[in-house]
Ligand binder design. Structure first.
Ligand code: NAD
Length: 270
Protein backbone atom coordinates (compact mmCIF):
# COMPACT_ATOMS: atom_id res chain seq x y z
CA UNK A 1 0.00 0.00 0.00
CA UNK A 2 1.46 3.40 -0.94
CA UNK A 3 1.61 5.84 1.96
CA UNK A 4 -0.56 8.93 2.19
CA UNK A 5 2.45 11.11 1.26
CA UNK A 6 4.13 8.62 -1.06
CA UNK A 7 7.10 10.23 -2.87
CA UNK A 8 6.15 13.74 -1.82
CA UNK A 9 8.91 16.12 -0.72
CA UNK A 10 8.33 17.78 2.65
CA UNK A 11 10.16 20.37 4.71
CA UNK A 12 9.32 20.64 8.42
CA UNK A 13 10.63 23.42 10.66
CA UNK A 14 11.10 22.84 14.37
CA UNK A 15 11.67 19.18 13.48
CA UNK A 16 13.88 18.46 16.50
CA UNK A 17 11.13 18.42 19.13
CA UNK A 18 7.42 18.19 19.85
CA UNK A 19 5.01 18.56 16.91
CA UNK A 20 7.82 18.85 14.35
CA UNK A 21 9.50 15.67 15.60
CA UNK A 22 6.29 13.62 15.53
CA UNK A 23 5.30 15.04 12.13
CA UNK A 24 8.72 14.20 10.66
CA UNK A 25 8.35 10.57 11.74
CA UNK A 26 4.72 10.33 10.58
CA UNK A 27 5.39 11.98 7.20
CA UNK A 28 8.33 9.62 6.58
CA UNK A 29 6.21 6.63 7.66
CA UNK A 30 3.66 7.71 5.02
CA UNK A 31 6.31 7.72 2.29
CA UNK A 32 7.48 11.35 2.17
CA UNK A 33 11.06 12.45 1.72
CA UNK A 34 11.65 14.84 4.61
CA UNK A 35 14.03 17.71 5.32
CA UNK A 36 14.18 18.23 9.07
CA UNK A 37 14.95 21.87 9.78
CA UNK A 38 15.79 23.19 13.23
CA UNK A 39 18.00 25.82 14.83
CA UNK A 40 19.07 22.98 17.13
CA UNK A 41 20.91 20.78 14.62
CA UNK A 42 21.80 17.90 17.00
CA UNK A 43 18.11 17.53 17.89
CA UNK A 44 17.10 17.39 14.21
CA UNK A 45 19.96 14.95 13.47
CA UNK A 46 18.75 12.61 16.20
CA UNK A 47 15.27 12.47 14.65
CA UNK A 48 16.76 12.06 11.18
CA UNK A 49 18.80 9.04 12.33
CA UNK A 50 15.68 7.46 13.78
CA UNK A 51 13.86 8.00 10.46
CA UNK A 52 16.78 6.62 8.43
CA UNK A 53 16.78 3.47 10.61
CA UNK A 54 13.02 2.93 10.58
CA UNK A 55 12.19 3.99 7.03
CA UNK A 56 15.19 3.21 4.80
CA UNK A 57 13.13 3.73 1.63
CA UNK A 58 12.59 7.46 2.17
CA UNK A 59 15.21 10.17 1.81
CA UNK A 60 15.76 12.36 4.85
CA UNK A 61 18.28 14.95 6.00
CA UNK A 62 18.73 17.35 8.88
CA UNK A 63 19.44 21.02 8.19
CA UNK A 64 20.35 23.85 10.55
CA UNK A 65 18.35 27.03 10.05
CA UNK A 66 17.02 29.83 12.21
CA UNK A 67 13.61 30.66 10.77
CA UNK A 68 14.06 34.16 12.18
CA UNK A 69 16.61 34.79 9.41
CA UNK A 70 15.37 35.06 5.84
CA UNK A 71 18.61 33.76 4.32
CA UNK A 72 18.38 30.62 6.49
CA UNK A 73 14.81 29.93 5.39
CA UNK A 74 15.72 30.37 1.73
CA UNK A 75 18.73 28.06 2.19
CA UNK A 76 16.51 25.40 3.78
CA UNK A 77 14.02 25.45 0.90
CA UNK A 78 16.88 25.40 -1.62
CA UNK A 79 18.30 22.37 0.19
CA UNK A 80 15.00 20.48 0.02
CA UNK A 81 14.72 21.14 -3.73
CA UNK A 82 18.37 20.16 -4.25
CA UNK A 83 17.88 16.86 -2.36
CA UNK A 84 14.39 15.88 -3.51
CA UNK A 85 14.01 17.72 -6.83
CA UNK A 86 10.82 19.50 -5.74
CA UNK A 87 8.80 20.69 -2.75
CA UNK A 88 5.24 19.47 -2.14
CA UNK A 89 4.70 20.13 1.57
CA UNK A 90 5.99 22.99 3.70
CA UNK A 91 5.20 22.77 7.40
CA UNK A 92 6.07 26.11 9.00
CA UNK A 93 5.91 24.83 12.53
CA UNK A 94 8.88 26.29 14.48
CA UNK A 95 7.86 28.80 17.09
CA UNK A 96 8.81 30.10 20.51
CA UNK A 97 7.00 31.17 23.65
CA UNK A 98 9.48 33.28 25.62
CA UNK A 99 9.49 32.97 29.43
CA UNK A 100 9.65 36.79 29.74
CA UNK A 101 6.55 37.24 27.55
CA UNK A 102 3.83 38.74 29.76
CA UNK A 103 1.02 41.28 29.68
CA UNK A 104 0.90 44.66 27.93
CA UNK A 105 2.66 46.40 30.80
CA UNK A 106 5.49 43.97 31.50
CA UNK A 107 6.46 42.63 28.08
CA UNK A 108 9.67 44.23 26.85
CA UNK A 109 9.88 45.35 23.26
CA UNK A 110 12.87 43.07 22.61
CA UNK A 111 10.79 40.04 23.68
CA UNK A 112 7.94 41.17 21.42
CA UNK A 113 10.33 41.63 18.49
CA UNK A 114 12.09 38.28 18.99
CA UNK A 115 8.77 36.43 19.24
CA UNK A 116 7.39 38.09 16.13
CA UNK A 117 10.58 37.62 14.14
CA UNK A 118 10.48 33.85 14.67
CA UNK A 119 6.72 33.20 14.87
CA UNK A 120 5.49 35.63 12.19
CA UNK A 121 8.34 36.57 9.87
CA UNK A 122 9.61 32.98 9.99
CA UNK A 123 6.24 31.76 8.71
CA UNK A 124 6.05 34.53 6.09
CA UNK A 125 9.51 33.63 4.75
CA UNK A 126 8.68 29.93 4.84
CA UNK A 127 5.59 30.62 2.74
CA UNK A 128 7.47 32.95 0.38
CA UNK A 129 10.22 30.48 -0.53
CA UNK A 130 7.84 27.51 -0.58
CA UNK A 131 5.58 29.33 -3.07
CA UNK A 132 8.56 30.03 -5.31
CA UNK A 133 9.65 26.38 -5.14
CA UNK A 134 6.12 24.98 -5.65
CA UNK A 135 5.63 27.12 -8.76
CA UNK A 136 8.32 24.96 -10.35
CA UNK A 137 6.44 21.72 -9.65
CA UNK A 138 5.32 20.10 -12.89
CA UNK A 139 1.79 20.23 -14.24
CA UNK A 140 -0.21 17.05 -13.58
CA UNK A 141 -1.07 16.21 -17.20
CA UNK A 142 -3.69 13.61 -16.23
CA UNK A 143 -5.65 16.11 -14.15
CA UNK A 144 -4.67 19.13 -16.26
CA UNK A 145 -3.75 20.84 -13.02
CA UNK A 146 -0.66 22.43 -11.60
CA UNK A 147 0.38 20.04 -8.84
CA UNK A 148 1.02 22.97 -6.52
CA UNK A 149 1.52 21.98 -2.93
CA UNK A 150 0.32 22.17 0.67
CA UNK A 151 1.62 24.75 3.13
CA UNK A 152 0.72 24.30 6.79
CA UNK A 153 1.38 27.02 9.35
CA UNK A 154 1.28 26.31 13.07
CA UNK A 155 -0.85 28.86 14.90
CA UNK A 156 -2.42 28.12 18.29
CA UNK A 157 -5.70 28.02 20.19
CA UNK A 158 -4.62 31.35 21.71
CA UNK A 159 -5.13 32.92 18.28
CA UNK A 160 -8.84 32.19 18.77
CA UNK A 161 -9.46 32.72 22.48
CA UNK A 162 -8.00 34.92 25.18
CA UNK A 163 -6.27 33.73 28.34
CA UNK A 164 -6.05 35.37 31.74
CA UNK A 165 -2.52 33.95 32.00
CA UNK A 166 -1.01 36.28 29.39
CA UNK A 167 1.79 35.89 26.88
CA UNK A 168 0.81 38.89 24.79
CA UNK A 169 3.57 38.77 22.18
CA UNK A 170 2.98 35.05 21.58
CA UNK A 171 -0.80 35.42 21.34
CA UNK A 172 -0.53 38.33 18.90
CA UNK A 173 2.02 36.43 16.82
CA UNK A 174 -0.30 33.44 16.46
CA UNK A 175 -3.20 35.71 15.50
CA UNK A 176 -0.96 37.05 12.75
CA UNK A 177 -0.26 33.51 11.53
CA UNK A 178 -4.00 32.79 11.24
CA UNK A 179 -4.74 36.03 9.37
CA UNK A 180 -1.72 35.70 7.08
CA UNK A 181 -2.55 32.10 6.22
CA UNK A 182 -6.12 32.92 5.18
CA UNK A 183 -4.96 35.66 2.84
CA UNK A 184 -2.20 33.54 1.32
CA UNK A 185 -4.80 30.81 0.72
CA UNK A 186 -6.89 33.23 -1.33
CA UNK A 187 -4.03 34.80 -3.28
CA UNK A 188 -2.58 31.44 -4.37
CA UNK A 189 -5.73 29.30 -4.66
CA UNK A 190 -5.69 29.26 -8.48
CA UNK A 191 -2.08 28.07 -8.46
CA UNK A 192 -3.07 24.89 -6.63
CA UNK A 193 -1.09 25.89 -3.55
CA UNK A 194 -3.16 25.25 -0.43
CA UNK A 195 -2.55 27.07 2.85
CA UNK A 196 -4.02 25.94 6.16
CA UNK A 197 -3.32 26.85 9.77
CA UNK A 198 -3.22 24.21 12.43
CA UNK A 199 -4.29 25.36 15.89
CA UNK A 200 -3.03 23.02 18.61
CA UNK A 201 -4.45 23.12 22.10
CA UNK A 202 -2.06 22.97 25.08
CA UNK A 203 0.33 20.06 24.62
CA UNK A 204 2.76 17.98 26.63
CA UNK A 205 5.81 19.31 24.75
CA UNK A 206 8.87 21.16 26.06
CA UNK A 207 7.48 24.49 24.76
CA UNK A 208 4.62 24.41 27.28
CA UNK A 209 5.83 22.00 29.95
CA UNK A 210 9.09 23.94 30.56
CA UNK A 211 6.84 26.89 31.30
CA UNK A 212 4.20 25.02 33.34
CA UNK A 213 6.83 23.77 35.75
CA UNK A 214 4.68 23.49 38.89
CA UNK A 215 1.51 21.45 39.61
CA UNK A 216 -0.30 24.74 40.39
CA UNK A 217 0.48 26.16 36.94
CA UNK A 218 -0.61 22.94 35.23
CA UNK A 219 -3.84 22.70 37.29
CA UNK A 220 -4.68 26.33 36.44
CA UNK A 221 -5.00 25.18 32.81
CA UNK A 222 -6.19 21.59 33.21
CA UNK A 223 -9.48 22.68 34.78
CA UNK A 224 -10.41 24.38 31.49
CA UNK A 225 -9.62 21.40 29.25
CA UNK A 226 -12.83 19.50 28.34
CA UNK A 227 -10.99 16.17 28.09
CA UNK A 228 -9.13 16.81 31.35
CA UNK A 229 -5.69 16.34 29.83
CA UNK A 230 -3.04 18.08 27.77
CA UNK A 231 -2.70 16.94 24.17
CA UNK A 232 0.15 14.87 22.74
CA UNK A 233 2.34 16.20 19.94
CA UNK A 234 1.55 13.15 17.82
CA UNK A 235 -2.17 14.03 17.94
CA UNK A 236 -1.34 17.33 16.21
CA UNK A 237 1.05 15.60 13.81
CA UNK A 238 -1.87 13.43 12.64
CA UNK A 239 -3.81 16.61 11.82
CA UNK A 240 -0.79 17.98 9.96
CA UNK A 241 -0.56 14.72 7.97
CA UNK A 242 -4.16 15.15 6.85
CA UNK A 243 -3.54 18.76 5.76
CA UNK A 244 -0.31 17.74 4.00
CA UNK A 245 -1.94 14.90 2.08
CA UNK A 246 -4.30 14.93 -0.89
CA UNK A 247 -7.04 13.76 1.53
CA UNK A 248 -7.53 17.48 2.27
CA UNK A 249 -7.47 18.48 -1.43
CA UNK A 250 -10.56 20.72 -1.12
CA UNK A 251 -9.37 22.48 2.03
CA UNK A 252 -7.61 25.80 1.99
CA UNK A 253 -7.70 28.80 4.32
CA UNK A 254 -8.95 26.79 7.30
CA UNK A 255 -8.15 27.23 10.98
CA UNK A 256 -7.78 23.52 11.70
CA UNK A 257 -8.18 22.98 15.43
CA UNK A 258 -6.64 20.03 17.27
CA UNK A 259 -7.44 21.23 20.75
CA UNK A 260 -9.44 18.60 22.66
CA UNK A 261 -12.54 20.78 22.37
CA UNK A 262 -11.00 23.72 24.23
CA UNK A 263 -12.10 26.44 21.82
CA UNK A 264 -15.68 25.16 21.90
CA UNK A 265 -15.87 25.33 25.68
CA UNK A 266 -17.98 27.49 27.93
CA UNK A 267 -18.39 25.36 31.04
CA UNK A 268 -16.33 22.17 31.00
CA UNK A 269 -16.98 18.76 32.62
CA UNK A 270 -15.72 18.20 36.17
P1 NAD B 1 8.92 22.48 21.02
O1 NAD B 1 9.55 23.52 21.86
O2 NAD B 1 8.76 21.09 21.54
O3 NAD B 1 9.68 22.38 19.62
C1 NAD B 1 9.97 23.53 18.89
C2 NAD B 1 11.18 23.26 18.00
O4 NAD B 1 11.40 24.46 17.23
C3 NAD B 1 12.47 22.99 18.78
O5 NAD B 1 13.14 21.87 18.25
C4 NAD B 1 13.28 24.26 18.59
O6 NAD B 1 14.68 24.05 18.57
C5 NAD B 1 12.77 24.74 17.22
N1 NAD B 1 12.97 26.18 17.05
C6 NAD B 1 12.76 27.17 17.95
N2 NAD B 1 13.09 28.35 17.42
C7 NAD B 1 13.52 28.11 16.15
C8 NAD B 1 14.02 28.93 15.12
N3 NAD B 1 14.15 30.24 15.29
N4 NAD B 1 14.36 28.36 13.94
C9 NAD B 1 14.24 27.01 13.77
N5 NAD B 1 13.79 26.18 14.73
C10 NAD B 1 13.44 26.72 15.91
O7 NAD B 1 7.52 23.11 20.61
P2 NAD B 1 6.13 22.49 20.12
O8 NAD B 1 5.23 22.43 21.28
O9 NAD B 1 6.34 21.29 19.29
O10 NAD B 1 5.64 23.71 19.24
C11 NAD B 1 5.66 23.70 17.84
C12 NAD B 1 4.71 24.79 17.37
O11 NAD B 1 3.43 24.58 17.93
C13 NAD B 1 5.12 26.19 17.77
O12 NAD B 1 4.87 27.08 16.71
C14 NAD B 1 4.20 26.49 18.93
O13 NAD B 1 3.99 27.87 19.10
C15 NAD B 1 2.96 25.76 18.52
N6 NAD B 1 2.03 25.44 19.59
C16 NAD B 1 2.41 24.69 20.65
C17 NAD B 1 1.51 24.43 21.67
C18 NAD B 1 1.89 23.64 22.89
O14 NAD B 1 1.13 23.59 23.85
N7 NAD B 1 3.05 23.02 22.92
C19 NAD B 1 0.20 24.91 21.57
C20 NAD B 1 -0.18 25.66 20.48
C21 NAD B 1 0.76 25.92 19.48
Amino acid sequence: MPGRLQDKAALITGAGSGIGLESSILFAQEGANVLLVDVNLPAAEKVQKLIADRFPNVKSAAFKADVGKEEDVKAAVDKAVELFGRLDVMFNNAGIMHPADDNALNTEEKIWDLTHTINVKGVWWGCKYAILAMRNNPVDEAKGLHTGGSIINTASFVAIMGAATPQLAYTASKGAVLAMTRELAMVHAREGIRFNSICPGPLKTPLLMDFLNTPEKRDRRLVHLPMGRFGEAVEVAKGALFLASDDSSYMTGTDFKVDGGLTSAYVTPI
